[in-house]
Design a protein around this ligand. Structure first.
Ligand SMILES: Nc1ncnc2c1ncn2[C@@H]1O[C@H](COP(=O)(O)OP(=O)(O)OP(=O)(O)O)[C@@H](O)[C@H]1O
Ligand SMILES: [Mg+2]
Length: 327
């Protein structure tokens, strides 16, 4: 075991744009475009960005649910794309995902007991009785009590918050080292959202030092309350990366400033320093485009931004920014 849980290096995923069902064109969507970062064991990383910025694609790459166009992911110092299917199956229990669509990720024809038992049947050789005991403990630890009532319920008999608790139970069942939660609260109202955030915190504290999260969200307040590091993505590229507090209190990239000015943060200091930004839509990315992907919405854009992609540079305070204002 090393201190470094995850190392992502120059990760890229380009999807070909089809002209028609049969015909591929030479154009690509750069869903993830040159993403690199290191995650320490026990760290909580937030990934933020608007819809289509590549957050889910990045998660799927990290878990090897899809293959990259190029780049590497090391998990526990192992290059996961070099593993055989069998070796990967052995690694799977250590990395879990809570999927974006809470409802679709639970089989409607199975009750909670069967949904959770499936995990143990696939990855352990526990007896039926041991599985039931584990499920009981799991349900208690995610706040679905008394457990015997919830065991026999079907997904449609649960509220949105309860369904998400079942998803969380399934993710923690095998005591993973990494959980990636994709928009874990986007389907929930404010009070339920707070409960789920508290549950994530509680599980994290219980397994302190042994569990890391990647929390994917476009919700800055969620990222603020839950994460230590933040990665801001824009059209597949990392535009800012570093300590969450620094990034949210003092965003450097114009896109991060825009994201933060659009969201209420429960912190009066931030409220006072708010900068107002105009909106606009992300451009349609063409493969041949070489400039900064944010230039058409950026109030500081110059001719250079239109022509050249800014490199990711390290600032004095340790964060990374990809913007010509700082290069
Ligand atoms: N299998 C695929 N084939 C083709 N294009 C894809 C595929 N998966 C994702 N994309 C495209 O890649 C880009 C990034 O998508 P992704 O789902 O990763 O974004 P996201 O940040 O998770 O967005 P959201 O906030 O809406 O969930 C989008 O333009 C999307 O249309
Ligand atoms: Mg997504």
């Amino acid at each position: 075991m090393t201190d470094e849980l995850l190392k992502v290096e120059h990760l890229k995923k380009y999807f070909p744009i089809r002209k028609s069902f049969f015909k591929r064109s030479s154009l690509y969507i750069k869903a993830v475009d040159d993403v690199s970062f290191i995650m320490r064991r026990g760290e909580i990383l937030g990934v933020v960005g608007e819809s289509g910025s590549g957050k889910t694609t990045l998660a799927r790459l990290i878990l090897r649910l899809i293959k990259p166009t190029s780049g590497t992911v090391y998990f526990d110092n192992i290059d996961i794309f070099k593993l055989s299917e069998k070796e990967m199956r052995r690694l799977r229990p250590k990395m879990q995902m809570i999927f974006q669509d809470v409802t679709a990720s639970l089989n409607p024809r199975k009750n909670v007991r069967d949904i959770l038992a499936q995990v143990y049947k696939t990855h352990t050789s526990l007896s039926k009785k041991e599985i039931d005991q584990n499920i009981e403990k799991l349900l208690i630890s995610v706040g679905l009590t008394p457990p015997h009532i919830f065991m026999n319920r079907y997904p449609h008999e649960l509220s949105g918050g309860q369904r998400q608790r079942v998803n969380i139970a399934r993710a923690i069942a095998l005591e993973p080292e990494l959980i990636i939660a994709d928009e874990p609260t986007s389907a929930l109202d404010a009070s339920l959202k707070r409960q789920i955030v508290d549950l994530f915190k509680h599980i994290y504290e219980e397994r302190k030092g042994k569990l890391s999260y990647i929390i994917i969200s476009h919700d800055i307040s969620l990222i603020y309350s839950l994460t230590q590091k933040t990665l801001v993505m824009y059209l597949g590229r990392m535009v800012e990366y570093g300590d969450t507090k620094k990034i949210i209190h003092d965003p450097k990239h114009p896109y991060t400033m825009m994201l933060i000015s659009a969201v209420p943060i429960p912190d009066p200091d931030i409220e006072r320093n708010r900068k107002i930004f105009i909106g606009g839509e992300p451009m349609t990315l063409e493969s041949a485009f070489t400039g900064c992907p944010f230039y058409n919405r950026c109030p500081f854009a110059t001719e250079k931004c239109k022509k050249e992609t800014p490199p990711l540079v390290r600032l004095d305070d340790g964060r990374y920014v990809a913007c010509w204002l700082y290069s």
